[in-house]
Design a protein around this ligand. Structure first.
Ligand code: CA
Length: 224
């Protein structure tokens, strides 16, 4: 699980980072709203921990932009103010939960676990797109009454493509999300796995195709 923290108070940011690292998460840190938004849009995160008062772009604007771009990334907002207006505005903008500073470490970790669990529950009922359903329980892909088993890498790659639909996923995003940062993946690994998935889609007689956007990445499309 990969978490992005956008927080400009350096000491608090560092405390949060160490806390989440100790809890076993992979953590990245950004100190201003503009850099935070770029990173949040990368599509490689499972959760965003977002401060409200930030330089360059405030947390609420970041969140609004993120949601406008279609991102469903779970967001935990941190606010120094306890005024109702800010909390309501945060939730209205698409935050999933908020914590008012100062908060206890245990409280933060509990929120993080709850938000990540919610995300996983959605996965567990299956990810749907057009005529396809990706089933987490059986690690398989279904179309109508046909089902094919997937390898773990095929599953993760298919999940990423289904989550993005017709939006292009870059090769870098795929490498980060499916293979991870410390990857020893060969240059053509992504192509190889895409070709495996294409064969399986054909076998399923799905109308969904994986389209190559040359030198950009991949996206899904529906055959007419
Ligand atoms: Ca701040």
């Amino acid at each position: 699980m990969r978490i992005l923290i956008v927080e400009d108070e350096l000491r608090l940011a560092d405390t949060l980072r160490r806390l989440l690292l100790r809890a076993g998460y992979t953590v990245d840190l950004r100190h201003d709203g503009a850099a935070g938004l770029d990173e949040a849009l990368s599509g490689i995160y499972d959760l965003l921990v977002l401060d409200v008062m930030l330089p360059k772009m405030d947390g609420l604007s970041l969140l609004k932009t993120l949601r406008k771009q279609g991102s469903t990334l779970p967001v935990l907002m941190l606010t120094a103010k306890s005024e109702l207006r800010d909390r309501v505005e945060g939730l209205d903008c698409g935050a999933d939960y908020y914590l008012t500073k100062p908060f206890e470490s245990e409280e933060l970790l509990a929120c993080v676990r709850a938000l990540l669990r919610r995300e996983n529950r959605e996965d567990a009922v299956g990810l749907h797109w057009e005529d396809l359903t990706l089933e987490q329980r059986t690690v398989s892909l279904r179309c109508g009454d046909k089902t094919v088993p997937l390898s773990r890498k095929e599953y993760n790659l298919m999940a990423l493509l289904l989550q993005n639909g017709q939006q292009v996923v870059t090769k870098e995003q795929i490498l980060l999300k499916v293979w991870g940062y410390d990857t020893d993946a060969e240059d053509n690994s992504v192509e190889v796995y895409v070709s495996f998935l294409r064969r399986k889609l054909e076998h399923l007689s799905s109308r969904v195709r994986i389209r190559t956007r040359r030198s950009v990445g991949y996206c899904l499309e529906v055959a007419q």
